[in-house]
Design a protein around this ligand. Sequence first.
Ligand code: TRP
Length: 356
Amino acid sequence: MSELISPQDNSNRKRILTGDRPTGKLHLGHYVGSLANRVQLQDEYETYILIADVQALTDNFETPEMLRANIREVVLDYLAVGLDPKKCAFVVQSLIPEIADLTVFYLNLVSVARLQRNPTVKDEMQQKGYGDNVTAGFLCYPISQVADITAFGAHLVPVGEDQRPMIEQTQEIVDKFNRLYGDESEDGILVRPEGMYAEFGRLPGTDGSAKMSKSVGNVINLADDEKTVTQKVMGMYTDPNRLTGREPGNVAGNPVFTYHDAFNPDKARVAELKELYARGGENDLGKPLLGDVQVKRELAVALNAFLEPIRTRREEYSRDDSFVWDVVRDGTSRGRARAGEVMERVRGAMKIDYFI
Ligand code: TRP
């Protein structure tokens, strides 16, 4: 196996850990929020990408069978966007018992009140209507995420803006752990990670809501075919006050323009579109100077051009199922080796390395 993948030489590199829940195919929001950074950084860092099936179970425990198919989909998305299995270890979370062990230790270092204050968890609880019936598993998933990050000794965590509270929680627990169990002479047993937030911030949904979210159904998937992408773009939310296309339109906060900014390489044309849209009015023929339909058509073209090579690569990899699972098996075993080293240090620091 290791001959097949033969990882790059990682001695002296700093480490990255990041991950995704395998609840469906990845979408443009994932790309902008994190995948693009990962592709950029994979040459420089020892990179671990966690397929967070345990975290996915916290709100999908009634349908565990959906995880298997989605692990495959997510790995296909990784390969398709150019994450290289020689440089990145794709690790299945539930196959790393050290993460579960660390989670249990860390749960003692956080109060229930602190967990209840996590703004991302609060939003999700509200969206799902959990109220007081929230499970312990769901409320505690940020601590499991702290374990994800620290189990690999990650220095850097490239994520979307919505994950900022998880990084802050990680820093708090790392500081507390190192203070409690660290030796004064050392830098710290656990590595204190930094978050890396996408330059572009958060990509809105096609419906104009704050973020793309599979459960809301406002996403464009990396695997969507050309027709689907065009359809989704043509149905996008724009400035609702532009009834005839002659009204001066709103560019700021208009998702169609946000997507143009993120994916249309022709910046001059985007600037022109924005200018005409904001101006409004008619041309010589008495037609709107720039209708929303035109803006969307050009967006669909730009998006399809961006997605085409990704789709082609995805299609190629999807014909070789055994390669996909080999990549996962190999990445997971590299992940386990790393987590095992960290765990040994943790047990030593906590003086629970009884007879190792
Ligand atoms: N919570 C992340 C998300 O929903 C996924 C995730 C799980 C993750 N473990 C992680 C991200 C560790 C970064 C680091 O997208």
